[in-house]
Design a binder for this molecule. Structure first.
Ligand code: PLP
Length: 429
């Protein structure tokens, strides 16, 4: 096995030095090996893809390359000169074997040529967006996006001479009407927070093609286990790895995946914004991802069972879950999600916010905490967390009613979760 990290020549399939060669073909990666287990299912890819067994000691599993810098040599000097530092080990903000390893696993799961891991979802999102735009560019996005992303688009884009129009995430006519001559990018979330509206991805892909725009989708709520956005024609997919990808509520991270060509454009933006992922966090993320498919399977099935239980409970008014027939887009859910409906549920309880507070205090298993996608169930109220900056009237106008609760269903035994809800609802009513 090759143990010279800086010798990229024998890692590239065609062996070419390509920076100034216009006939060059960008390869996958950067990576230590070309084999990604692509012919296998996500269960197998989660375990094996990207793992870099240490060739000098024979240690099984990717070591933590906890270093900020690397010995320079002829190969790295040449890469710096030719501007292809992404394929070399030079400095950890540029690249590190721990990053390459987890990036390869994510690329395998996303069916992507290339991926970058970042120190947070917001670092991934802001770098990806800025890298796709020039001064004067316009972007169409949704009113129903994560607050941090909304703030970045709303408060910061005009500092760079860029602008944004916010539309509904589901009304394709409204989205098309917002496109201007200088529009370069469509940016949407696949499943919205907290009402779990489904963004029609195929329609957005068609719109992006028609108007020659790039399309970025934040797939944090669904993950590549449930829907592979790149397979549907999306240009770039971003995730807050803090959530399901890591799944243990113990790190902050983000990912961007897509073609090597586009991801190579995001890399220099990451260098400028400084959002690269620390090697120890990479190790934790790669390790956590080994159980990713198993976890997602359980999140999905637990959420489905709990959604049905809640829908049949007399004290629960509305349940928002794409797997339910009552979801306003249940046909689109079947077509786009194919039964993999996520682990997120929102529901409204009789008695409004007062009763919802009581429920949170009476439940024993779900932790009252923001965030989502952990192995433990996490529960919160949108009115005093994610949508706290809106007035009651504004919340109502976007469908966030009194008593709305957001639940990230964990991987506990579903019978235990349901009996916990039973005891809590029984005790507060
Ligand atoms: C859908 C979505 N995208 C992005 C983010 C930002 O991710 P991070 O907190 O890892 O920066 C979040 C965080 O809650 C999120 O829910």
């Amino acid at each position: 096995m090759n143990n010279n990290f800086n010798n990229i020549e024998n890692k590239r399939k065609d062996g070419s030095v390509w920076f100034n060669d216009l006939t060059r073909k960008r390869t996958n990666g950067p990576s230590f090996k070309d084999y990604r287990y692509t012919e296998y299912t996500d269960e197998t890819k989660s375990v094996h893809s990207g793992q870099y067994d240490d060739p000098s000691t024979g240690a099984l599993g990717t070591p933590i390359f906890q270093c900020s810098t690397f010995y320079l040599n002829e190969s790295s000097y040449k890469a710096i000169e030719e501007g292809r530092g992404r394929d070399e080990m030079i400095y950890t903000r540029y690249g590190n074997p721990s990053q390459w390893s987890v990036q390869e696993k994510i690329s395998a799961l996303e069916n992507a040529e290339s991926s970058i891991v970042f120190c947070s979802g917001m670092a991934a999102i802001s770098s990806a967006i800025l890298a796709m735009l020039d001064k004067g560019s316009h972007i169409v996005s949704s009113r129903d996006i994560y607050g941090g992303t909304y703030n970045f688009l709303y408060e910061d884009l005009d500092k760079f001479g860029m602008s944004v129009t916010f539309t509904s995430p589901t009304n394709i006519n409204e989205i098309e009407a917002a496109i201007q001559e200088n529009t370069k990018l469509l940016y949407f979330e696949a499943l919205t927070n907290p009402l779990l509206k489904i963004t029609p991805i195929k329609d957005l892909v068609a719109l992006a093609k028609k108007h020659n725009l790039r399309l970025i989708i934040d797939n944090t709520f669904l993950t590549p286990y449930n829907v592979k956005m790149l397979d549907l024609g999306v240009d770039l997919v971003v995730n807050s790895a803090t959530k399901y990808l890591n799944g243990h509520s113990d790190l902050i991270g983000g990912t961007v995946s897509g073609s090597r060509k586009l991801v190579d454009r995001i890399w220099p933006q990451m260098l400028k914004n400084g959002g690269s992922m620390d090697p120890h966090a990479c190790f934790m993320l790669e390790r956590s991802l080994k159980t990713f498919a198993l976890r997602m399977k359980t999140h999905n099935s637990n959420a489905m069972e709990l959604a049905e239980y809640l829908e049949n409970h007399p004290k629960i008014k509305n349940v928002y879950y794409p797997g339910l027939q009552s979801h306003p887009q249940s046909e689109l859910a079947k077509e786009q999600l194919k039964g993999r409906n996520s682990g997120m549920i929102s529901f409204e309880i009789e008695g409004g916010d007062k009763k919802s507070h009581e429920l949170l205090k009476t439940l024993k298993l779900p932790k009252e905490a923001t965030s989502l996608g952990g192995v433990e169930s996490l529960i919160s109220l949108p009115y005093n967390t994610s949508q706290a900056s809106l007035t009651k009237e504004q919340r109502k106008s976007i469908g966030i009613n009194d008593g709305l609760i957001r639940l990230s269903v964990g991987i506990e035994d579903i019978d235990d979760i349901i009996s916990d809800f039973n005891q809590a609802l029984h005790s507060i009513f």
